[in-house]
Design a protein around this ligand. Structure first.
Ligand code: FMN
Length: 241
């Protein structure tokens, strides 16, 4: 499957106003910016989007999905992870809205689920995957109860019948090559009824083990796949069952 990642990077709190139309602040669910100099970036403060702007943003995701399919992609992965716009809305340490898109867990996930619904209705659930990172703290996108967030989303996504749910685990490095496997995503895996993918520190051995133990259906490889052509060949020729 050739997929396309749907994210709304230009309206992220992770971007600078210089990249925005008319030099406006990038939109978010808060007016607070990330810590100055974080990750070496010169981030300008965002502005919290107005409630009446949200349907247009949801529609942008719908259009992007349509464009991806018309361009020949088999499906899209809606990027709800790693501090980008959707992740910001879901995380309670970022989202400080007081309208129906802020406050309770249900409200914070409303924007996400409106996008999922719009994209599913546009291109079909079988062409839609979701990427979430409830446990990640990347770019200060933190939630005080990541398991509740992950479980809420897994339950909510069940009704859409999407192609897969892809979760990024947070791993602590013990040595240069070895990762402590945190089993916290298991409840989310058990709750989600469709195909489940995990990412975060996997290699051929621990990836196969995770699948054999039904911890996941599939593993996603980031750095190994990106940076190492030999690994890519090994994975494809030897198979990662
Ligand atoms: C160079 C590089 C760029 C990445 N860019 C993104 C990104 O834009 N969005 C994202 O969600 N994750 C990004 N990631 C994270 C990966 O998608 C993946 O989740 C992470 O690397 C963990 O998997 P791994 O341990 O197999 O590398 C990036 C990773 C690397 C190494």
């Amino acid at each position: 499957m050739v997929g396309f990642s749907l994210l709304k990077q230009p309206e992220s709190l992770l971007l600078h106003e210089a990249y925005q139309p008319n030099g406006e602040a990038p939109i978010s669910c808060t007016n607070k910016g990330v810590t100055s100099g974080l990750e070496g970036g010169d981030w300008s403060p965002p502005r919290s989007s107005r409630t009446d702007e949200i349907p247009q943003i949801v529609n942008d995701f719908r259009l992007a999905a349509r464009n991806a399919i018309e361009a020949g992609f088999d499906g899209v992965e809606i990027h709800e992870a790693n501090g980008y716009l959707i992740d910001q809305f879901m995380k309670d340490k970022v989202n400080d809205r007081t309208d129906k898109y802020g406050g309770s867990l249900e409200n914070r996930c409303r924007f996400t689920l409106e996008i999922v619904e719009a994209v599913v209705n546009e291109i079909g659930a079988d062409k839609v995957g979701i990427r979430l990172s409830p446990y990640e703290h990347y770019m200060e996108a933190v939630d005080s109860n990541p398991e509740a967030l992950g479980l809420y989303m897994a339950n909510a996504l069940n009704k859409f019948g999407i192609a897969y749910l892809h979760i990024i685990e947070q791993r602590r490095i013990k040595t240069e090559d070895e990762y402590e496997i945190l089993q916290r995503v298991l409840p989310i895996r058990m709750t989600f009824k469709g195909t489940f993918i995990v990412a975060g520190g996997y290699n051929r051995e621990n990836g196969n083990k995770a699948v054999a133990e039904s911890y996941t259906d599939l593993d996603a490889f980031g750095r190994l796949s990106l940076a190492n052509q030999i690994c890519r060949s090994n994975l494809s020729y030897k198979g990662v069952e």
